[in-house]
Write a protein of this length. Structure first.
Lengths: 364, 364
C-alpha cells in the first residue's frame, strides 16, 4: 500500500496538486485496502483524500466505520454525518490544501458542480483528473499477478466441476446459480460479474442474461464466468456443445480459436493495443464473419474485471510488461447462436504468460 | 410506456427543451422497457433520446441489438459502433434538436465535458437536468404497486423457507447463497442487492458483507434481502436470534420494533419525509440509543431498490400517495451486534398500506 501511495504522492507533486480525492471504488481499495461496497455511483461507501504531503484520509459514513478501521489502519478515518461536501469544507483548509484534484471519470456531473461551488466558497482550486490511479493499476506487480493467477485457478476449478455435470434440460439460470454458488463454496468473495450462461439463439447476444431456457443438445452454449479472490478478478469464457456438434459449429469454433491464438501471438511489451485486436479480427474478417464480431478483443483485469488497457481497435496506447488482459474473440449469428473463447494472459517483454490451464475448447 | 413518454414530452415542452438524453438505467427501462444491463456507469448498455416531438430513440451497441429490438419495439433502435458522441453529432441535427438536456445526476463529469464540446461544434445547447424521470417514477400507478406487491410476496416466501432451515453452524456466506439461489429457483430475475447476512459482532455493521463466520446461538442475526420480479424490487430485513435470547436482545428488539411502528404511523400523503424519520428516531433517542442509529429511516423502492423519496432527516419534501418506501430503523452496538427491522409500505391519502405480511419479528 505504502509504495502505491508514494507513487500517487510523487505524481501529485509533479502536477503541483495538493491532494487527490479518490471516488472510484477499485482505486480506493488499491490505495487503502478498504473494501467497502458501493451501491452504485450515487451511494458511495467512502472516499480517500490523499494529500501530496501528510497522512492519507478515509472519509465515510457510520455504516462503514468498523470495516474502515479494520481494513485501513494507516488511514485517518473521518465520518461525514452531514455528507462529504460539508466535511471537505472544513477538512481541506485545515490540511492547508489549496488545489484539489478529483477523478473526473468517476464523479457525477452534478457532484462535480457542487464540489466546485463549495471550493469557490473556501477559495480552493479544483481540477478534474482522469485515470491517474488506473494507470498505475494497469501494470501489475509479481504479487498481484500471483493473486490473479490464484483467482483464475479457482475459477477454472469451478468450471471443471460444473462442466462434468452438464446435461440437456437444465436451465441457463439454474446453471448460472450452480456456478455462482460453487464459487462461494470454494472460497471466492463473490462472482466478478453476473455469470453469463447463454444457449442456442440466446448465445447470439454477447451479453445475454441467463433465462429459464433449458439447454439442448447440438446447440452452442456460452459460459462466461469469473470470480473475486482476495480482491482480484478472473474472467473466462468457454463455448460448449452438448452431444454431437454439426459442421457449422465445428468450423466456426475452430475459426474463433484460431483468431484467439492469433491475438495472443501478437501480444508483447511495446505493441499497440489496437494491433492486437486487429491480428485476431483479421482471421475472422478474412473468413467473411467480420460483421458478426461486434465487440473489442479484450480488456485489462485486476481489482476490476474490466480495467485498463482495452484491447480495442480504438486504443492506440502501447501494452506494457505486467499488464494482464483477456483475449476473447467471438462470432454471434442471430437466430443461430454464438461462440466466444476467452483466456487471460500477462504481457511479458517478448510475449505472454498464459494464466489459463483449462483446454476445454479442444474437445469438439 | 406511452403515458410515461407523454409526461416526459410535456415536461420537456414546458421547459423549452427539444430532447432528453436518458442515461440512468432504471429511467431507461421505465420509459422503454429495455432491460439491458450496464457494467457500472462507465459501460452503458444504451441511452434513450426522447425528443419533445417525434419518435423516441434507443441508442446502443451491437452486443445489445437483439435484446433492444425485442424489448423496445416502439423505439427507433440505432447502433453506435463509433461511440455515443459520434452518433449524436449526426443524429441531433438530423432531428432538428437545438437544445438537449442530459441527466446531470447520472452522467460522469468527463462525459458531460465531452458532450458539451461536441454540442458546441454543431451549435447545440446542452443543459444538465436532475431527477426529471425519477420524480415521475416516485409515485407508482396501481399496476406498479401490484408488481411490487408480488415481488414482496415472493421475497417473503423465500425468507420463510430459509427461516425454517436456520441452524447454528451454517456460515453467513453459505446462508446468503442459499437465499439467492432460492430466489432464482422461485422465478426472480435476480437479487435486488447483495444479500446481507450478518451475525454476532458482524451485525454491528449495517452494511456487512457475508463472511465465513458460522451462526451461533444467542447472537443477533440480521438478514437483509430483496429480489427483482418483472423489473420491480423488494427489500426486507429481519433480525433473528437462534436459541434463547438474553434480556438485552429482547429489550433492544422491542425498542426497534416500536420505532418502526412509530415511523409507519407517521406516514401519510402530505407529510414531510424528515418528520417520518424523526418520529421513529425519537423513540430510539429517548431510550438513549440515538448514537447507535446512524442511518436514515428508509428509502423509496420501485425499479431501483434505492430511489426517491429518501426518508432521511435531510429530506424536506412531502410524501405523496402512491409512493412506496421502506421503514427500517436499527441499533448497532460495536462488539455486540445489531438489530434492524425493515418493512415496505405504500403511502396513502390517510395513512399507509402494508406490503409485508411476514411477522417474524414477533417471535422472540
Amino acid at each position: 500500500m505504502n509504495k502505491r501511495l508514494s507513487k500517487i504522492r510523487a505524481s501529485l507533486k509533479r502536477r503541483k496538486i495538493d491532494a487527490l480525492l479518490v471516488s472510484q471504488p477499485d482505486n480506493r481499495r488499491y490505495l487503502s485496502g478498504y473494501s467497502g461496497s458501493d451501491h452504485g455511483i450515487s451511494e458511495s461507501a467512502g472516499f480517500l483524500l490523499i494529500p501530496a504531503k501528510g497522512e492519507p484520509h478515509l472519509l465515510t459514513d457510520s455504516r462503514f466505520k468498523l470495516q474502515a478501521e479494520k481494513e485501513s489502519a494507516n488511514f485517518v478515518i473521518t465520518l461525514y454525518p452531514g455528507g462529504l461536501l460539508k466535511l471537505l469544507e472544513k477538512l481541506l483548509p485545515s490540511l492547508g490544501i489549496k488545489k484539489l484534484a478529483f477523478e473526473s471519470h468517476y464523479t457525477l456531473y452534478s457532484t462535480a458542480l457542487a464540489l466546485e461551488k463549495m471550493a469557490a466558497k473556501i477559495n480552493i482550486k479544483i481540477v478534474g483528473l482522469k485515470g491517474l490511479v488506473e494507470n498505475f493499476r494497469a501494470r501489475k506487480t509479481a504479487d498481484e499477478i500471483s493473486l490473479i493467477q490464484r483467482s483464475v485457478a479457482l475459477n477454472e476449478d469451478v468450471f471443471q466441476e460444473v462442466y462434468k455435470q452438464l446435461h440437456p434440460g437444465i436451465t441457463e439460470i439454474k446453471l448460472a446459480g450452480i456456478i455462482e454458488n460453487l464459487m462461494i463454496d470454494k472460497g471466492a468473495e463473490q462472482p466478478s460479474f453476473s455469470t453469463i450462461v447463454a444457449s442456442g439463439p440466446n448465445a447470439a447476444q454477447p451479453h445475454a442474461v441467463p433465462s429459464h431456457r433449458p439447454l439442448r443438445e447440438g446447440e452452442t452454449l456460452i459460459i462466461d464466468m469469473g470470480l473475486v479472490l482476495d480482491g482480484y478478478c478472473s474472467d473466462m469464457t468457454r463455448t460448449i456443445i452438448l452431444g454431437r456438434p454439426d459442421k457449422k459449429s465445428v468450423d466456426l469454433f475452430r475459426l474463433v480459436r484460431k483468431a484467439q491464438l492469433a491475438g495472443i501471438a501478437a501480444i508483447k511489451d511495446g505493441v499497440i493495443a489496437a494491433h492486437v485486436d486487429l491480428a485476431a479480427r483479421k482471421i475472422i474478417n478474412d473468413a467473411g464473419y467480420g460483421d458478426y464480431f461486434g465487440h473489442g478483443l479484450g480488456h485489462g483485469v485486476g481489482l476490476a474485471v474490466h480495467e485498463a488497457p482495452s484491447l480495442s481497435s480504438r486504443n492506440r496506447k502501447k501494452l506494457r510488461a505486467g499488464m494482464v488482459v483477456t483475449v476473447e474473440p467471438g462470432i454471434y449469428i442471430p437466430d443461430w447462436g454464438g461462440i466466444r473463447l476467452e483466456n487471460m494472459v500477462v504481457v511479458k517483454k517478448n510475449g505472454i504468460k498464459n494464466l489459463n490451464k483449462d483446454m476445454t475448447f479442444l474437445d469438439i
